[in-house]
Design a protein around this ligand. Structure first.
Ligand SMILES: C[S@@+](CC[C@H](N)C(=O)[O-])C[C@H]1O[C@@H](n2cnc3c(N)ncnc32)[C@H](O)[C@@H]1O
Length: 234
């Protein structure tokens, strides 16, 4: 492709919505997420769904502060931790070093640009990050993930997804509950999410996942708008 033809490609390194390139945001990320997440429960579910072992290689795309990469690096052979934010990667690397975790390869890259050989991964984790891409680019990301997975490889997606029915009610209720859990910070965080980022309908997510060739084997909905999907390469 020549340079002119590339002009329409999505610039994924530009932050959309919440600015995770800001050190200030990165430093408040873990404590603010503790206000509404039970990370141990998330680890347990991923354990059940993706069944890590010492032979497997996974990628964590949109790894953020690195909690999932570090936790599962202790159970896997290798993790590729990928994020477009250099400050996020910096914090993740610092935490990994402090915990003596050496089997993580950090990539300053994103869903549309990561570099991994075809059929090299047993699983991919995508936690609260795919919504940073508009829908067409979510499809391109899923295509790239599909190629990087081994046959029968698994993809775990956790994200904010709009219910197919009564979307406004789902969104309003979630904003209010987040404000209750984390005050003005989480209220503003959630408003920015829906105003400026690209959460989409559940039916679109399922369409994107299955059109790409994944089997959708499990799904969980919590809090009206929080969805977990387990997808398997067919
Ligand atoms: C809400 S945080 C999620 C972090 C972590 N996965 C978690 O569950 O806590 C979203 C992360 O996705 C990253 N991100 C945004 N767009 C991305 C893209 N196109 N490719 C990879 N990462 C991206 C951001 O820099 C940020 O670190």
């Amino acid at each position: 492709m020549n340079d002119f033809a590339k002009n329409w490609l999505y610039q994924e390194f530009q932050q959309t919505g919440k600015n995770y390139a800001s050190l200030e945001e990165v430093n408040v990320y873990d404590p603010s997420h503790d206000d509404f997440r039970n990370i141990q429960n998330e680890y347990d579910l991923i354990d059940q769904w993706l069944a890590p072992d010492k032979t497997c290689q996974w990628a964590d795309i949109g790894c953020g502060t690195g909690n999932f990469s570090i936790h599962f690096a202790k159970k896997c052979k290798k993790i590729f931790a990928i994020d477009i934010s250099q400050p996020m990667l910096g914090l993740a690397q610092k935490k990994a070093k402090e915990q003596g975790v050496m089997n993580i390869e950090f990539q300053h890259s994103g869903y549309l640009n990561f570099s991994l050989p075809d059929k090299s991964l047993d699983a991919v984790m995508s936690s609260l990050s795919l919504h940073h891409l508009p829908d067409y680019w979510k499809a391109k990301a899923l295509e790239k993930i599909y190629r990087a997975l081994k046959p029968e490889g698994k993809l775990y997606i956790y994200d904010v997804v709009i219910p197919d029915i009564d979307g406004d009610d789902g969104i309003h209720g979630f904003i209010e509950r987040q404000a209750h859990r984390g005050g003005d910070f989480l209220r503003e965080d959630t408003l920015i999410h829906f105003k400026e980022e690209y959460s989409t309908f559940d039916w679109i997510m399922k369409g994107l996942i299955t059109k790409q060739g994944f089997a959708l084997t499990r799904e969980i909905t919590e809090d009206d708008v929080l969805k977990r999907y387990l997808c398997q390469k067919e």
